[in-house]
Design a protein around this ligand. Structure first.
Ligand code: APR
Ligand code: PHB
Length: 397
């Protein structure tokens, strides 16, 4: 058995693990990341695309913002299309000047991977059977298999940045965790295409045939989504069928302007709300998707991962620089306050904009009028805008 040593052992090289690793490295704290997949596999995943200002600032702090600052699209608003009626949500005006940045998670990951490689920080890809041990002691460690050999990694702390299906959360005794969960009876069928965006802002469309979203990655690359039943099979969706259905769900002016083209990626993602409490067990901390999932309707998943990273990083900084180990116990409660607000917003946006198969006529009218109330009132639009651009990060003390 080979034994390795680091200060903070990170499980998972997704955006959470890589961003935490980069911030800690810059602060002179040693990390080692264990990732189950290959770099190409990690970069092949097409995920979110909307960054809140807080995440943009954190990427700048980590020194990985060069390409995002050059290529990211700053959006001062988005549009709601409600059964054909177009409503502008002017984020900039409603929030006193805030905006969001359109820059794909895949690109954030690529930038973080390159930065980590450039500074020579260690990531072991294709690390198998990662298992955390002795998290309740002051000498936790991980075991794993790497290049056919068993390894042990001794560390001070473990960051479980290994996503929803990761091993970190599953290694905590079930009676120490409380799970909150809602599964929705539909998924999102997403398509990526090299076509110009149909509109210069994102469009979230509510329609009796189901929800649709027009998003983008650049001036020449688009990402569109359709609400589909949870059990839908992606093989049943030719590009033509996707474009035809999208046109039906968009307001006429947009449908007419829509430029279609061959898809370069097509996949279905289930929708789920999930939170586990607490987000820590002894010296192991859960970060990002390992602890919580939101449906993508509010564009909050990646941004919540960033706020967890910020909180854990700031606590660890004080632990290593000022021996403030008392702050460690605050990690979960600080994160959860912000997470639950984003869970609520994502659930609400999902409930307002999707068609629920079991919803009766009364519930349907109530949802329509709730949404109408929000968009017809400046206070309502402000509430939507304030949540969409991202609620403030909480200080650690
Ligand atoms: N051992 C090592 N690595 C693992 C293990 C394991 N047992 N299980 C999972 N991983 C790796 C995955 O392969 C993945 O690369 O952990 C990483 C987790 O990355 P993500 O799932 O991307 O989660 P996170 O980094 O928290 O990113 C936040 O926000 O927009 C959302 O879901 C979207 O991925 C996004 C997330
Ligand atoms: C995306 O571009 O992938 C995207 C944008 C906004 C969302 C969800 C996904 O709310």
């Amino acid at each position: 058995m080979k034994t390795l040593k680091t200060q903070v052992a990170i499980i998972g090289a997704g955006p959470s693990g890589l961003l935490l690793g980069q911030l800690l490295h810059k602060a002179g704290i040693d990390t080692l990341i264990l990732e189950r997949q290959t770099p190409d596999y990690v970069l092949g995943r097409i995920r979110a695309g909307v960054l809140e200002q807080g995440m943009v600032d954190l990427l700048r702090q980590a020194g990985v913002s060069q390409r995002m600052d050059a290529e990211g699209l700053v959006h001062g608003g988005f549009e709601l299309a409600l059964d054909g009626r177009r409503v502008a949500i002017d984020l900039h005006a409603l929030t006193g000047g805030k905006s969001v940045t359109i820059y794909g998670q895949t690109e954030v990951t690529r930038d973080l991977m390159q930065a980590r490689q450039a500074v020579g920080a260690r990531t072991l890809y294709q690390a198998d059977n990662v298992r955390p041990h002795d998290m309740q002691s002051d000498q936790p460690y991980l075991t794993f298999d790497y290049q056919g050999e068993p390894h042990r990694l001794d560390c001070d702390y473990i960051a479980g940045c290994d996503g929803f299906h990761g091993v970190a959360r599953q290694s905590i005794p079930a009676d120490k965790l409380k799970v909150f969960e809602r599964v929705y009876p539909f998924g999102w069928l997403g398509i990526l295409a090299d076509t110009p965006p149909v509109h210069d802002e994102l469009v979230y469309a509510r329609h009796e045939r189901g929800f649709a979203l027009c998003s983008m990655r650049s001036a020449t690359r688009t990402r569109y989504y359709l609400q589909v039943p949870a059990e839908e099979n992606v093989a049943d969706w030719s590009d033509q069928r996707f474009w035809d259905e999208l046109k039906k769900r968009l307001p006429e002016e947009l449908a007419e302007r829509l430029v279609t083209g061959p898809s370069i990626e097509k996949s279905i993602a289930p929708l789920r709300s999930f939170v586990v409490e607490p987000m820590q067990y002894g010296r192991m901390f859960l970060v990002g998707d390992a602890a919580h999932i939101v449906p993508p309707t509010g564009a909050k998943g990646l941004n919540l991962a960033a706020s967890d990273v910020s909180t854990l990083f700031n606590i660890l900084l004080k632990v290593y620089r000022e021996q403030r180990t008392d702050l460690l116990q605050k990690y979960s409660e600080i994160c959860l306050r912000r997470i639950w607000k984003a869970e609520r917003f994502s659930w609400w946006m999902t409930a307002m904009l999707h068609r629920f198969p079991d919803s009766d006529d009364f519930s349907q009218r109530i949802a329509e009028s709730e949404l109408a109330y929000f968009v017809d009132s400046e206070a309502g639009r402000k509430t939507i805008a304030e949540n969409y651009v991202g609620l403030p990060y909480e200080a650690i003390e």
